[in-house]
Design a binder for this molecule. Structure first.
Ligand SMILES: NC(=O)c1ccc[n+]([C@@H]2O[C@H](COP(=O)([O-])OP(=O)(O)OC[C@H]3O[C@@H](n4cnc5c(N)ncnc54)[C@H](O)[C@@H]3O)[C@@H](O)[C@H]2O)c1
Length: 374
């Protein structure tokens, strides 16, 4: 198969969908890979490294789209890319169709095969192509929090781990899923006193079994949260109710109960945030202050560490990309239910319920599509 890797052109996106190691893996199966010049530079990979791994470099994005059967990307195509997409071309990337009607209609019109990273789903309902970004954001959260706790950055001026004779900071983590677990582990590793809250008792039991002694678990309810915020120096928001807006566990009135200079890192901001006063911010301007409380609410945290994020993402996407390249999308999706759930728009038809519901469009059964093309 001919595979194309364009350079991401969305603002501030430095990740790339395939590393030189990924190129080498796909070459083992005799595929032909075209990479746009400098596509990997934001993540630290040179054109020379891609060539050495067996890819051919093309100068423009137009050439990459024109030649490829399958395009592997990171972010959804933006307006400039719509017309480059060919009928029947497989596009494997994050789409998040339910948040863009324009993109949905554009992909329907292009009659592309849109396989979305975010809806590839395992039998246990986990989302293998979203987990790596949650791991990155979770591990980043205490690091960012520690930075903004410094006095020159308007924080309380407390060192997360303290020093001998001086107590460490108290970190409160709301939500013990992927983000919350990684955040608690890093905060604990830096020596902080960590409280992790969740409403899932089974999860709290698991956390209690493997977390170090400086992490305590507590059931999440308003009473416990109101008590914990009085002593917390850093609060990390990491809750998720799948498919729904995040609940506001910290309301505006609670800011008055916090110590001045407390830092809030609301990782759940991409789902509306679990802190009422959180509004999405960017890496250029990540924080703002309300009632002496520092708010960090960057909606694409992994974008700040493109090297790590690219490797984490491609570790997860490559096995699926290999299946798609080796078998073609129809057979790969017919053979693998996880991949089939990634199909969102196929040859002008919406085949994913969430997308059809979001924009009031007709839903076509993806199995029927696969039978049709067989
Ligand atoms: N800002 C970013 O750059 C970025 C990056 C990756 C993920 N995220 C977001 O982070 C959030 C968390 O993702 P995740 O992968 O950890 O999800 P997850 O499903 O693994 O974990 C969510 C946890 O929240 C818990 N929860 C639900 N309601 C709760 C409540 N009332 N109190 C306490 N806990 C509650 C659930 O039981 C679950 O354990 C999501 O909104 C995700 O989109 C943001």
């Amino acid at each position: 198969m001919i595979i194309g890797v364009p350079k991401e052109i969305k603002n501030n996106e430095n990740r790339v969908a395939l590393t030189p190691a990924g190129v080498a893996e796909l070459k083992k199966y005799q595929h032909t890979i075209y990479v746009q010049s400098t596509a990997g530079s934001g993540s630290g990979f040179t054109d020379g490294e891609y060539e050495k791994a067996g890819a051919q470099i093309l100068a423009s994005i137009e050439e990459v789209y024109a030649i490829a059967d399958m395009i592997i990307k990171v972010k959804e195509p933006i307006t400039r890319e719509y017309n480059l997409i060919k009928e029947g071309q497989l596009i494997f990337t994050y789409f998040h169709f339910a948040s863009s009607e324009e993109l949905t209609h554009a992909m329907i019109a292009r009659k592309a095969i849109c396989l979305a990273y975010e809806t590839v789903e395992r039998k246990d309902r986990s989302l293998p192509l979203l987990i790596p970004m949650s791991e990155v954001a979770g591990r980043m959260a205490p690091q960012e929090g520690a930075k903004y706790l410094e006095k020159p950055l308007k924080g309380r001026g407390i060192l997360l781990g303290g020093v001998p004779g001086v107590k460490p900071a108290h970190v409160l983590v709301l939500g013990g899923g992927v983000v919350g677990t990684q955040a608690a582990k890093i905060a604990a590793g830096l020596g902080a006193q960590v409280t992790i809250m969740d409403i899932n008792l089974t999860r709290l039991r698991e956390l209690s079994d493997f977390m170090p002694a400086n992490v305590i678990t507590q059931y999440s309810n308003e009473y416990n949260i109101r008590e914990a915020i009085k002593t917390a120096d850093l609060i990390i928001g990491a809750v998720l109710i799948p498919g729904a807006k995040a609940p506001h566990l910290i309301t505006r009135d609670m800011l008055k109960e916090m110590k001045p200079g407390t830092v809030l890192v609301d990782v759940a901001v991409d789902q509306g945030g679990c802190i009422e006063t959180c509004q999405p911010t960017t890496h250029e301007n990540p924080t703002y202050i309300i009632d002496d409380v520092v708010h960090y609410c960057v909606a694409n945290m992994p974008g700040a560490v493109p090297y790590t994020s690219t490797l984490a993402l491609t570790n997860a996407t490559l096995p699926y990309a290999v299946q798609l390249a080796n078998k073609g999308w129809q057979k790969a999706c017919a053979d693998n239910e996880e991949l089939r759930l990634g199909l969102n728009v196929v040859n002008g038809k919406v085949v994913y319920k969430g997308v059809a519901d979001a924009w009031n469009l007709k839903l076509t059964n993806p199995t029927a599509i696969l039978e049709l093309v067989h």
